[in-house]
Unconditional design. Structure first.
Length: 636
């Protein structure tokens, strides 16, 4: 009987231990919940002021205006509202877990609980302008605090986390958002150092330097400055003096002119009086010495504030700019990529126009190579000054009056053409003076960069020699010493034959892709000698529509399919001499040249692609024959 009872008790004990274990794992509080007792019988709607004092001296005071809290003592400064909101919300609904009448002595006495004299006094004012006073006493081992409220003689034990949030250095509450000026409100920036004063104005979204000279500004540099002013934040607060921070005089002074927030110009009256302009207010930021040996932070002051702040040095570096770094180094700010015409005066006069996205040379009238023209425009767009000469003196002496050569662009929507003047290359260093017509400044640019602006006529021509669409081709004949035997391709229906046999369709398709278009590796001035025999001759027969009627004849609607006629064009290919750099090295691949006949007036000799030569001379085009299956042996 006793054994059975012992077993039952053991099982019950194990179950109880298991319940406690799982309750703890699941985060369940096994302690019975105490009833909630509000410290204030009626919770206020809001708290509008909070003060912390020790020894009858105010440590910190906070006041709420609208939705934001501000520090009023020991100094006036904005704070991070969420921090004081957290304290204020806790004070509104503060509850106690125990209360008792103070005993004459011992742990529950006024002295024993620390509420008299209080270690700290917290006062808060609610939205009904009723002030409450909390005498804050000692902290208990479980994190609660003893307090007395107003004139209530009892001592209360309350949650102490709200006091921990309040009881710290007032500087820790302060907002680090020092300055906020929206970029679109900024109208001017002045950067002043002991060596220079640099001023830039912003109009219609564009920056222009106005001091010490008037010139184009580097938009990226000034936009970065404006972005930094969107949210200027403090790294830390300090009580250092301006003298010790290197601010008398400052290393750099930044003056920001900005339209007042929400300011808009009033509409012009019915009379001829001008509209009222929005008020523009200045803000000054002064930078001093670095605040640490690593130069990570810097001391600074802001107008309207009496303190010295520590800011991130990256902010200072955004404003610490020389005139050279602040100005636009681009020779031209024009939208070069949108140009509809391009003229280059020398060393060869070139005139190109663009229509429907295609560039065409005007003299001679041929399609231009898009890649080459694009490279010229890109080089012009990226042309940058290494040095500036703002008082160039005698322009004739440096080849700019008149210019040795010019580059002129026609731009859509712009009546005046964009002209760049290029002078003599300097002998002392690899720089050449360049001037944008209409601007007094002379840009000294890398001479090598200007070479990209003078393409040869041969490189400007489109690399497409001719187009032979596969569906228009009727026959191709390849002959000459460069092939082992002549090849004759004939196209019938959808089938190609070579020398009367079925051709390998995949290889023929590859050859046809070489002809549509027939492309030059490059154009060349090298021409075959008069009477020279070609090493390879390719005769191409294709069909094309009959010539259209002259424009003077009345338009006639064609009935039925258009009449086609055959055209034969011949590519003559000549192999150059093989050369060797040294006797022990293998000879280089011979350079080929080619011509197309009948030749247009603008057709030049070209170097064919290596792929075309390979397909014309070394490829076998007959379709592979399939051997018949071997008949099985007959049984004896």
């Amino acid at each position: 009987m006793n054994f059975r009872l012992t077993s039952i008790l053991t099982i019950v004990l194990v179950l109880l231990i298991g319940l406690v274990y799982f309750a703890q794992r699941e985060g369940v509080d096994t302690k019975p919940k105490e009833p909630e007792h509000k410290l204030l019988a009626t919770a206020p709607k809001a708290v509008e002021a909070v003060t912390l004092a020790r020894d009858n001296k105010t440590v910190a005071a906070f006041q709420k205006t609208a939705d934001k809290w501000a520090l009023t003592e020991p100094l006036k400064a904005p704070v991070e509202t969420w921090q004081i909101d957290s304290v204020a919300d806790a004070l509104k609904t503060l509850s106690y877990r125990d209360k008792f009448a103070a005993e004459p002595s011992g742990l529950k006495s006024l002295e024993g609980t620390g509420v008299e004299p209080a270690s700290a006094v917290v006062k808060f004012t609610d939205s009904d302008k009723v002030e409450h006073t909390l005498a804050v006493g000692k902290r208990t081992p479980v994190g609660t605090r003893y307090v007395r409220i107003d004139k209530d003689p009892d001592v209360y034990e309350v949650d102490g986390s709200w006091f921990d949030k309040l009881d710290k250095d007032p500087a820790e509450f302060r907002s680090k958002d020092l300055l906020e000026i929206a970029s679109d409100r900024i109208t001017a920036l002045t950067l002043e150092t002991p060596k220079q004063t640099l001023q830039a104005d912003k109009r219609d979204g564009k920056w222009t330097i106005t001091k010490p000279i008037t010139t184009r500004a580097n938009t990226t540099v000034f936009d970065d400055m404006a972005t930094a002013l969107n949210s200027l934040r403090v790294e830390s607060f300090t009580d250092i003096t301006p003298d010790s921070a290197g601010l008398t005089p400052p290393v750099l002074t930044v003056t920001v002119q900005a339209k007042d927030k929400d300011a808009t110009p009033s509409p012009a009256p019915a009379t001829s009086q001008p509209a009222t302009q929005p008020k523009v207010s200045p803000t000054t930021i002064q930078f001093g010495n670095y605040a640490d040996l690593t130069k990570k932070n810097v001391y600074a002051t802001v107008s309207g504030h009496t303190e010295v702040y520590v800011l991130n040095a990256d902010i200072y570096k955004k404003f610490d700019k020389t005139l050279f770094a602040a100005r636009d180094a681009a020779v031209t700010p024009a939208a070069v990529d949108d140009a509809t015409a391009l003229e280059i005066s020398a060393p060869v006069a070139l005139n190109l126009t663009r229509k429907d996205g295609t560039w065409t040379l005007q003299n001679p009238a041929i399609t231009a190579d898009m890649t080459t023209v694009s490279a010229v425009l890109t080089a012009l767009k990226n042309l940058r000054a290494n040095k500036f000469v703002d008082a160039p003196g005698d322009l004739k002496a440096i080849g700019l009056a008149p210019a040795e050569r010019t580059i002129t662009l026609t731009l859509p929507g712009q009546t005046q053409r964009e002209t760049i003047l290029i002078g003599h290359a300097e002998k002392a260093e690899p720089l050449t003076p360049v001037q944008r017509q209409g601007e007094p400044t002379v840009f000294l640019v890398q001479t090598a960069d200007l070479a990209k602006l003078s393409p040869e006529l041969l490189t400007l021509r489109d690399k497409a020699v001719a187009k032979f669409p596969a569906d228009a081709l009727r026959s191709i004949a390849i002959s000459g010493p460069a092939v082992a035997a002549p090849l004759s391709f004939v196209h019938t229906g959808t089938t190609w034959t070579v020398n009367g046999k079925t051709a390998d369709s995949a290889k023929v398709t590859t050859l046809l892709s070489d002809l549509d278009p027939l492309s030059a590796q490059r154009w060349t001035t090298m021409a075959p000698h008069a009477g020279a025999t070609p090493d390879l001759q390719v005769d191409i027969v294709s069909t094309q529509a009959a010539a259209t009627q002259p424009a003077t004849l009345p338009a006639v609607q064609a009935a039925g399919p258009q009449v086609q006629h055959q055209v034969t064009r011949t590519v003559l290919l000549y192999r150059g001499k093989e050369t060797a750099a040294a006797p022990t090295t293998a000879p280089a691949v011979a350079t080929w040249s080619a011509t197309l006949t009948p030749a247009d007036a603008t057709t030049w000799t070209f170097e064919p692609t290596a792929t075309l030569i390979e397909h014309l001379t070394k490829t076998t085009y007959e379709a592979p024959t399939t051997a018949p299956a071997t008949a099985p042996a007959t049984a004896p």
